[in-house]
Design a protein around this ligand. Sequence first.
Ligand code: UD1
Ligand code: CA
Length: 435
Amino acid sequence: MANNLEILILAAGKGTRMNSDTPKVLQPLLGIPMIEHVVAKSLSLKPKKITMLIHKGLKFLEKKYPKINFIIQEPQLGTGHAVQIFTKKNNTKKNNVLVLYGDNPLIDEQDLKKVVLHLKNNHICLLGFEQKNNSSYGVIVEKNNQVESIVEYKDATEEQKKIEICNSGIMGLSSKVLSYIFDIKNNNKKKEFYLTDIVKISKKYNHLTKLIVAKNSNSALGVNDMKELSVAEKILQDSLRDKALKHGVHMKSPETVFLSKDTKFGKNVTIDPYVVIGAKVVIGNQVHIQSFSHIENAVIKNKVSIGPYARIRPGTILNDNSKVGNFVEIKNSKIDKFSKVNHLSYVGDADVGERVNIGAGTITCNYDGVKKSKTKIKKNSFIGSNTSLVAPVTIGKNSIIGAGSVITKNVNDNKLALTRAEQKEIRLSKKIKKK
Ligand code: UD1
Ligand code: CA
């Protein structure tokens, strides 16, 4: 994009309204920290440089994003103060700066591009958005179709509070305008330095402000508290669901299905109500996921049936025509073609061959308290109900394990193995009387 463009992300705020020990910009959205959404959008604009303003508690981000320049703002005296600190410490004074807020994760890339485009010919370019019944955002005050100022909601008159074009926080500033940044003072209700005051200040210097209105108001959502975080999550989930429905995924009750950004679907997939799909899940064709199942970091091939009430954990591969039934947990295991784990089982660190039947209540005992070990079950074997397979252990092909066994040694191919104690019958000395 514009080759003299820098991006400044403001992320140093205390985030007190979150009422949480986790810093606001690290709160998860679609399973990733809110700030990652903003960073990804910043990178997509290909600016010359990205700087992030942070508080000391976020210093670890320096390692995570080696290409971003970090500046610490202590204390945090407001968004205007943040840009003052940036202007003081930044060594490239000639660039235009696009200011993004770390708590604006839904912002639309096309809107950002528009702001950058108009910044070329204007000293300030604002991104506003339409909001009926505003009760918190700064409002954009216009006169004769010219932007006069931004007034924070708390400082607005009753008349101004009715304005329906609000400030998203996204603002493009020319290098010229940045030279007035120290004119911002903190004479307002919150005694903070408001970046938004730069609009009025620039007007004094005869610089006009261009206003762009966001295509979709949802994209301007500011996430300040848990309620707004849940609204942001809902907006993103809804768009993932819409995408899946368009792709042909059948969901009777899409609002109860939770997806991830990277969920991949094949054709003719059905997802019943109340299913959660975490990150890194690839789903093939003709897969049926039944209610109350939870899947993360797994590959589900074709014609697989899962659930209801199944938990598919990271590292799992369910091959074609396999079936995982109710109250079954599978972790870091491969279940090969036509194999079934239908009821109440734990399969962890296992390699299960083709056409294996794992009976109800089978447990792979993969952890001895110190290390994890593997279980291998070769093709066509049958594991009787309530079996414990103490790993490391291998069950040969075409073998049968008798129900209730505790298998501690390898079982050869084509064998029946069982460790069950013999059943005895003992004569009763007198008839048991019911009380
Ligand atoms: C801000 C705008 C408001 C706008 C709203 C949009 C100002 C004064 N007000 O209000 O007009 O409608 O966003 O969501 O800008 N931050 C710092 N250092 C600070 C203070 C804040 O880096 O000293 C960062 C925060 O981490 C946050 C962003 O700046 O990411 C915005 O700050 P916040 O306090 O959330 O501003 P709002 O009250 O939401
Ligand atoms: Ca905010």
